[in-house]
Design a protein around this ligand. Structure first.
Ligand SMILES: [Zn+2]
Length: 328
């Protein structure tokens, strides 16, 4: 199942649960009113009766139908008025038995005028957020569990500083980003080899940002490109683009791991560009060097990425060292 199919399915289930819950609430209100106002219960039977009569009259149409229909209509309106008055007189308010909707815009249908409602998009983001939690429990990838002691203290001549010092700065920058996050502004590009903590710090940012009430979507670039590609050829009602271009924070993991093709380059550009244009933050993780990024992607895309805050990760493979239980 593709990532977005999973999120959309979860959103549909949440919508269904919301409708069921609201129906239950409305039924309870109805029972409450019927118990407190017997006249209201009787009137609701009479109201239903006027509907049945209307239907029968239309079916057996004759010269007096119009006259009879008008009489029933008057009776129907009078009953409705009396029911409304009764609700008010008993302190319920005249809208007490109206259908209950969590979202009055789409009436909990999830879409309006052929477009997903904002409430549905939120449910999709929630599913994506839950996915981040499942994928990597926050306590495993939080700022507090990030081990700076795994980075060498000795100066690396290539960087002119020790990996630990550089990583301390990267760490501080990520904490600042998460704490100052307001859903707008520049993003971060994390550059460095596998196992140096890019995913860990991205997830730590996501965890904090989610904790602060924002939505975050975490996707690997090869995975998201395959999904977008599939959707272009098979319209199945799912649309991942708004999900990844509209969430508060998008984390694109493993840029450069996708097949090197012109089409992929242009899709990556569209993805990144659409967020930057709308000032929506993005975190990009890549194992490619800046030189490789420059030669692989177009100048336009490269310069857009370099306009973001670039953090270079260095050290030795931490995951490996952590697994071996040996600190540097
Ligand atoms: Zn809605």
């Amino acid at each position: 199942m593709s990532i977005n199919a999973k999120y959309y399915e979860a959103a549909h289930s949440a919508l269904e649960a919301r409708r069921a819950e609201n129906k239950l609430k409305a039924d309870m209100r109805r029972r409450e009113v019927f118990a407190r106002i017997p006249e209201y219960a009787e009137l609701s039977v009479r109201l239903a009766d006027t509907m049945t009569q209307t239907f029968s009259l239309i079916m057996a149409r004759d010269e007096k139908t119009a006259e009879k229909l008008s009489k029933i209509k008057d009776e129907n309106l009078a009953i409705q008025q009396r029911m409304s008055d009764l609700l008010e007189q008993h302190g319920f308010g005249k809208h007490y038995l109206d259908p209950i909707y969590t979202c009055p815009i789409c009436c909990d249908r999830g879409s309006k005028d052929g477009k997903w409602c904002e409430c549905f998009n939120k449910l999709v983001y929630n599913a994506a957020t839950n996915d981040i939690n499942e994928r990597s429990p926050m306590k495993l990838c939080s700022f507090s569990s990030f081990r700076l002691d795994l980075y060498p203290e000795a100066v690396d001549p290539k960087f002119g500083a020790s990996p630990r010092k550089i990583m301390q700065m990267n760490y501080d920058e990520c904490v600042r980003f998460a704490e100052d996050f307001n859903g707008r502004g520049r993003g971060i590009v994390m550059i460095g080899a596998t196992g140096l903590g890019k995913t860990h710090l991205s997830l730590a940012i996501a965890g904090r940002v989610i904790e602060r009430g924002f939505s975050a979507v975490y996707v690997s670039v090869p995975e998201i490109l395959r999904t977008l590609d599939r959707e272009q050829f098979r319209k199945n009602g799912e649309d991942t683009m708004p999900l990844v271009t509209g969430c508060d924070l998008l984390i694109l993991d493993d840029l450069g791991a996708e097949a090197a093709s012109e089409r992929n380059v242009s899709m990556v550009y569209e993805l990144i560009n659409s967020r930057i244009n709308r000032q929506l933050p993005i975190i990009i993780n890549t194992n490619l060097t800046t030189k490789e990024l420059c030669s692989r992607y177009t100048d336009r895309l490269f310069s857009r990425m370099m306009s973001m805050n670039t953090l270079v990760f260095c050290g030795s493979d931490n995951r490996l060292r952590a697994l071996q239980g040996s600190a540097v």
